[in-house]
Design a protein around this ligand. Structure first.
Ligand code: GAR
Length: 208
């Protein structure tokens, strides 16, 4: 069994491609002292991502890195890693980051990159998870916080929260219900990491 990290005040970097509500929820939890962490940096791969201005408004360094300015994914990720290392980041938090993470980042931050997905994995990985859940006709969905590996939403699961699905839901309504739980679940998972309570054996995460 491997202990993922010793207890400490986490230095976080958030990677986001869009709205940034998970970023805001984490930032608010830190202000309320519910999460023992500091967000040092927000990086976006999308120039117009509202997450960038939300971070800047909170006084956090907000960086747009354009993947199209780099010849290969490896070069882009090398620059992301440079920025993360410069800030001595402990944990990389993917929050609506719509890009597969490759070997360069995974090797630099082994078991230190986490993601939130709006479904109960391994069901409904990938895009439009809420619509996938509705199309399948499940009665329960939810959200999953997991370590990131090379696959699409396939890494070891840290915690999950279930949410009821109702017959007259549409994707927006279900997404909104799940999002409320995402914000709490992400804070909870990161606080477990800050408390040094996360262990892993094979692909199973144990919380002590
Ligand atoms: C969240 O619902 C998150 O779970 C999802 O994108 C949204 C981002 O919202 N992520 C994925 O679907 C990744 N596969 P936010 O920008 O407001 O945090």
């Amino acid at each position: 069994m491997i202990k993922v990290m010793e207890p400490r005040r986490l230095k976080l970097a958030v990677l986001a491609s869009g709205r940034g509500s998970n970023f805001v929820a984490l930032w608010e939890a830190i202000q309320k002292k519910e999460l023992d962490a500091e967000i040092c940096l927000l990086i976006s791969d999308k120039k117009e991502a509202p997450a960038l201005s939300k971070a800047a408004d909170a006084g956090i360094t907000a960086l747009f890195l354009d993947p199209r300015s780099y010849p290969k994914r490896e070069d882009y990720e090398a620059e992301v890693v440079n920025q993360l290392k410069a800030q001595e980041i402990d944990i990389v938090v993917l929050a609506g980051y719509m890009r597969l993470v490759g070997r360069v980042m995974l090797d630099a931050y082994k078991l230190k990159i986490v993601n939130i997905h709006p479904a109960l994995l391994p069901s409904f990985a990938g895009l439009n998870a809420q619509q996938q859940a509705l199309d399948y006709g499940v009665k329960v969905s939810g959200c999953t916080v997991h370590f990131v590996d090379e696959g699409m939403d396939t890494g070891p699961i840290i915690i999950q929260t279930a949410v009821d699905v109702y017959p007259d839901d549409n994707a927006d309504i279900l997404a909104e219900r799940i999002l409320v739980e995402e914000h709490k679940t992400y804070c909870k998972a990161l606080q477990l990491l800050a408390e040094g309570r996360i262990y892993i054996k094979d692909r199973t995460v144990h919380i002590k």
